[in-house]
Design a protein around this ligand. Structure first.
Ligand SMILES: [Zn+2]
Length: 157
């Protein structure tokens, strides 16, 4: 049910970037629901993915966003947590999932190789989750294909 609502929400919009009029609290709820899907997908692919929570509204990201428009998420700020900016809701779902999956890649890379550069994270995503992250848009942001979006939001394996 939740999946259907999310899909409907995103399918109806040509460019969500032009419609940022979503309350911060609502953005937080939607992003957490999406992250729940991403995490259960990732955990179904690899037993090395730990339980994680999404924290929306990290003040450090808000600060980073003053100088970098592509600062939407980070990890390792607090244990067991991925932080996100509510503004992440304003980019298309392919990027939302790409960014979240990339953060999980950081956790996987550190856990298995003891290091976690941007490239290490993407390699971990490919190796453990079978997902090829691309970098697209003016923001050079992590992006996944529609096929991956379907897989993750539907919960199919
Ligand atoms: Zn943070």
């Amino acid at each position: 049910m939740r999946t259907l609502r999310l899909r409907f929400r995103w399918r109806g919009r040509v460019n969500p970037l032009e419609d940022p009029d979503v309350g911060r609290e609502r953005a937080g709820h939607i992003l957490k629901a999406i992250f729940g899907r991403v995490l259960s997908f990732a955990r179904s692919k690899s037993r090395f993915v730990p339980q994680l929570e999404l924290f929306v509204g990290c003040s450090q990201i808000a600060w980073d966003r003053k100088t970098s428009k592509r600062a939407f998420c980070h990890v390792f700020h607090r244990p067991g947590r991925v932080c996100a900016a509510p503004e992440l809701i304003t980019v298309p779902i392919n990027y939302i999932l790409g960014v979240m999956i990339h953060e999980i890649g950081h956790v996987l890379a550190l856990k298995t190789w003891g290091r976690s550069s941007e490239r290490d994270a993407d390699i971990a995503v490919l190796k453990f989750l079978g997902i090829n992250l691309e970098y697209r848009s003016d923001l050079v942001l992590e992006w996944v294909s529609n096929r991956v979006v379907e897989q993750v939001l539907r919960g199919s394996r």
